[in-house]
Write a protein that binds this ligand. Structure first.
Ligand code: UDX
Length: 434
């Protein structure tokens, strides 16, 4: 059992803290956001994530999980400090390291004994791990050591707890092999492959993994553009490709493309890392461009069917960047809504959990209304656009939807529905290559 401080209790930090506590460690989560700490102490989670509220509540009650705004308090007995703060993109696409660097400084200033510092935040290789190690060394009291271990996080939103307890691998990059082994030992109960490597390789593994998954999505979207032109079906193609184990069946769902807090930012950051070293990655830029283009294509398809979008009512189903989360960061749904409003359409939007997060981000617009359920959103609409892969959209009573609409167009931006069944009900069914 270790005493562990977790710095930053956002998605990654809070999940890490709760899961480490569940494994029997004594964990203290630190965050500068006092409001968040008050919520967490009460057992409230500031975002929507399956299984996490119960896990936090259980471990707080068992006395293994605490929250504080004080580094001193969290660091008192810490054997390890996990840095889990954000690295948002700067306007040039680089990862902003300021929160990580400040966390490292605070950890070093409040450390009263030697400990291992684990960097979970996604940080670019090329000097950042070295800089964090240097900040630690400069601010530690004499006689105290704090070796740095880079241990990137691969969890997905919406299945964060499951992913943390069932990781595909742990990647551990360190200069100090004893520190690396100590972090590896934390993963022993999870029985996953552990890769011990150097910090730069660990950092780049994270970017390469996310960029590869984003590439699979942009690749299948590129193929869907070709498939559409030759009258082929993209779902059949993805299935046929996916049977090849070298390709794999996952991340071949074509549609509105990827969003979220990781893929868009990490592909841009990887391009920026390359450019900083004098290499322009045409490949990564293409991945980003294809992804951005899907949103405009969906709107253009609606425009083709409805003629002018001006004054047309469009029901948008889904606001979150994917199902099972209220996260709307970089959500394709929001870009599509902005485009529709810009073209004069009236938008009636619905999401099972992400309405309030969307309202905080999307500027209010006279032509944008949020609805309490899917049926209310589609009522009287000329067209419906499915923007998020929520399973409940698949199981709607689509004949009820059909009879309540003013038009009959459905743009299935997530490939959720059966084209034949929809056409059979009298819909003008639109999708990417279907
Ligand atoms: C991702 C990585 O999967 C995870 O390993 C990393 O730690 C963080 O980034 P996340 O952003 O939570 O996780 O979501 P993910 O499930 O990977 O989906 C990302 C986006 O890709 C979503 O917008 C999703 O709708 C889209 N997507 C996914 C597709 O468009 N097609 C697919 O086939 C799969």
């Amino acid at each position: 059992m270790k005493h562990i401080a977790v710095i930053g209790v956002g998605y990654v930090g809070l999940t890490t803290a709760a899961c480490l506590a569940e494994l029997g460690h004594h964990v203290t989560g630190v965050d500068m956001d006092e409001g968040k700490i008050v919520l967490l102490r009460r057992g409230d989670i500031p975002f929507s994530e399956p299984e996490l509220p119960e896990l936090v509540e259980q471990n707080v009650r068992a006395g293994r999980l605490n929250f504080t705004t004080s580094y001193q308090e969290a660091m008192q007995r810490a054997d390890m400090a996990f840095i889990c703060v954000g690295t948002p993109p700067t306007p040039s696409g680089h990862a902003d390291m300021s929160q990580v660097e400040e966390a490292a400084r605070q950890v070093a200033l409040s450390a009263t004994r030697s400990l291992i510092v684990v960097l979970k935040s996604t940080t670019p290789p090329g000097g950042n791990a070295e800089r964090v190690a240097d900040i630690l060394a400069r601010h530690l009291s004499p006689g105290i050591n704090a070796p740095l271990v880079v241990n990137p996080e691969f969890l997905r939103e919406g299945s964060a707890v499951y992913d943390t307890f069932h990781p595909d691998r742990a990647v551990i990059g360190a200069w100090d092999s004893a520190a690396a082994e100590a972090v590896a030992a934390l993963y022993a109960p999870l029985r996953c492959p552990v890769l011990l490597t150097d910090p730069a390789s660990a950092q780049l593994t994270k970017y390469a993994s996310n960029a590869f998954l984003a590439t699979k999505i942009s690749f299948i979207n590129e193929i869907s553009r070709i498939a559409e032109r030759v009258g082929a079906n993209i779902h059949a193609i993805a299935q046929g490709m996916g049977f090849d184990e070298r390709i794999g069946a996952e991340f071949l769902e074509s549609g509105l493309g990827y969003g979220g807090s990781c893929f868009p930012k990490d592909v841009l950051a990887l391009s920026a890392i390359a450019e900083q070293q004098g290499y322009y990655s045409q490949f990564l830029h293409a991945v980003t461009d294809i992804n951005a283009g899907q949103r405009g294509l969906a709107v253009a398809k609606l425009g083709e069917v409805l003629g002018d979008l001006h004054g047309k009512a469009i029901g948008v189903l889904g606001l979150a960047f994917k199902s099972h989360t209220d996260d709307v960061r970089e959500s394709p749904a929001l870009s599509v809504i902005s485009m529709l409003c810009q073209q004069g359409a009236v938008v009636r939007a619905y999401d099972p959990v992400a309405t309030s997060t969307a309202q905080k981000v999307l500027p209010p617009h006279a032509a944008l209304e949020y609805c309490a359920d899917a049926y209310a959103a589609v009522r009287g609409c000329h067209a419906v656009l499915i923007a998020t892969n929520w399973p409940e959209f698949r199981s709607l009573d689509w004949s009820r939807v059909h009879s309540s609409m003013a038009g009959n167009a459905v743009m299935d931006g997530r490939g959720l529905l059966s084209p034949d069944a929809m056409r059979g009900m009298g819909f003008e069914y639109l999708a990417f290559a279907n």
